[in-house]
Ligand binder design. Sequence first.
Ligand code: GTP
Ligand code: MG
Length: 398
Amino acid sequence: MAKFPRVREQHVAVFGESGSGKTVLVSSFFGPTQEGSYDNDLWDLVADDIGNGHRLYKNFLRMRDLSATPQPDRFKASTYYFSVKLKGGDTDTAKKRPFDVLRLAWHDYPGEWFEAEPSSPLERERRTDTFRSLLRSDVALLLVDGQKLLDHRGDEQLYLKSLMFSFRQGLLSMKDDLLEDGPIVEFPRVWILALSKADLFPDWDVDTFRDLLILNAAEDIEQLRSTIADFIDTPAALSIGDDFLLLSSAKFERESTSPQTIDIDLTRRIGLDLVLPVASILPLQRRVQWQEKHDIPLKVLDSLADGAELLAAALTNEKFATVEKILAKMVKASPGGKGKIAAAALPFLADAARLVGPKLKEMNAQARMQRDYLRAALTQFKLDLEQGVDDKVIRNPK
Ligand SMILES: Nc1nc2c(ncn2[C@@H]2O[C@H](COP(=O)(O)OP(=O)(O)OP(=O)(O)O)[C@@H](O)[C@H]2O)c(=O)[nH]1
Ligand SMILES: [Mg+2]
């Protein structure tokens, strides 16, 4: 009997300077799911730590009801663990599913840490520890602050260059500590460039944002890429500047009569519904693409989208038992044999990753009808990603 509940964990790391909107983002991601009126037919989102959950929900309520925004974080990083708990745990299908809970670890940290030197050796150590935990993510979001872009209108290049520079410096300042044991295997390998506060640019779509970045900061993005490539084992499995995303936690409006008063409409969010799909599906897709193009060592594949086989099994109709057998063989096999099995599993991962369009819709409808909540949720995430691409909120490489 498998341990219960079976959990699959995925991390997201959001990197952004102080004031770029990280804490508001996580509050606006979580808050609406706690409102009495919230209804999701496939899963419930809960915070694993009640105190943390209340803190986030309070941030949300203070914005919703009092138009008050959270305090800047100065000293403390927090990691919020959310569980996407699938419904229908008592059905027969559920007993056979590879996992019941998709856990999302969302790391929030003081943006100031990237900009100012630590004040003591202890603080330096704390920062390095935080970054170690950030680096367990498969996916990282790099925030470009929409407000700062507006403030630099006509001179965006200056801001974008200094932003990329500070990300690079921040990483380089920790390089020695992070690389103590040689090139890092587990490291975010999909870096999405995201515009925060996208509500400030009502006429923009993701292509407008991408064009602006490429026009003004292509070399800087490339430099960041090569800096990061120096940190990791197998830099062929790395993408930076391939994916773009628009994000807005709410529509923030200033009243023309008294500009100090803001109205925060938290029902008007952009891109936040893509966070779960991005965290759970994108690493699987990228893993397939890289594995098809390059010779990626097994330890890297394992660290990237670990449990991808389970995800693929859940996503497609593949019998979970078959996959379990493959995995069991993999554990027993000699190092040489493992590579062969990984190669054998590839087409089946690829099928899952490439499930698109009408076929995907059909599978989603079928899974809903059969009350197969895991498959319904994962196919829904894929549909949400497709919708995000169609709406030009997210852009992924073909
Ligand atoms: N227009 C707009 N403004 C936003 C949005 N999100 C945040 N803001 C504004 O940006 C300010 C800073 O947001 P925070 O989430 O506290 O920033 P942070 O990245 O957590 O900053 P540190 O904690 O200092 O690292 C908020 O007080 C809001 O005024 C958004 O989606 N749209
Ligand atoms: Mg903050």
